[in-house]
Write a protein that binds this ligand. Structure first.
Ligand code: ADP
Length: 164
């Protein structure tokens, strides 16, 4: 069984993330979505809320893709999380050039820590490529419509969180 780990902050989950999750189905039998606690980033949604949003989509996505999906919060090193869940692959999404620099360093460092785990990069379809959780939050905070970037459930969660 091929197990892949798709790590991120998912604050909140967007259609960009879902696009990558669907694409992962052609590469792995089981996808573990690793939700980083990421206190440094000062997330808008708590870890429990972020996990719940992903879990709510997982059942449907699992049927749609035929891939087993698990949601796994983690606070330790990414490479340790990959070992814990038995993943031989780490999946990451790649957007613009700006993502590249950081991902390049991460792969380089992670390789030194464990050379047996390969990182694979996927790109979302064009209309999902520019979506970033950070911008979704900014637009929602300023009262803009984020319906094209997130699921209806996440849209409702954003409205509830921001009191709109
Ligand atoms: P992180 O804090 O690890 O960057 P994110 O939740 O922002 O967490 O993103 C998780 C992963 O999903 C990253 O690999 C990121 O590049 C990818 N990703 C997020 N949005 C998109 C998108 N619109 N298209 C492709 N990949 C994306």
């Amino acid at each position: 069984m091929r197990i892949g780990l798709y790590p991120g902050t998912f604050d909140p989950m967007t259609l960009g993330h879902l696009d990558i999750i669907k694409r992962a189905a052609s590469l792995v039998d089981r996808l573990v979505i690793g939700v980083a606690i990421n206190r440094d980033k000062g997330p808008l949604f708590s870890l429990e809320e972020r996990v719940a949003m992903l879990e709510a989509e997982s059942a449907r996505l699992s049927v749609e893709t035929g891939m087993e999906i698990r949601v796994h919060p983690f606070e330790n090193l990414l490479i340790e999380c990959a070992r814990d869940v038995g993943a031989g692959l780490i999946l990451r999404g790649l957007r613009a050039v700006a993502d590249f620099e950081y991902e390049y360093q991460m792969v380089g460092m992670n390789r030194v820590l464990d050379n047996s785990i390969e990182t694979v990069f996927l790109m979302a379809e064009a209309r999902h490529q520019a979506i970033a959780s950070k911008l979704v939050k900014e637009i929602a905070r300023l009262g803009g419509d984020v319906a094209s970037f997130v699921t209806p459930a996440v849209h409702a969660a954003l409205r509830a969180k921001l009191g709109r």
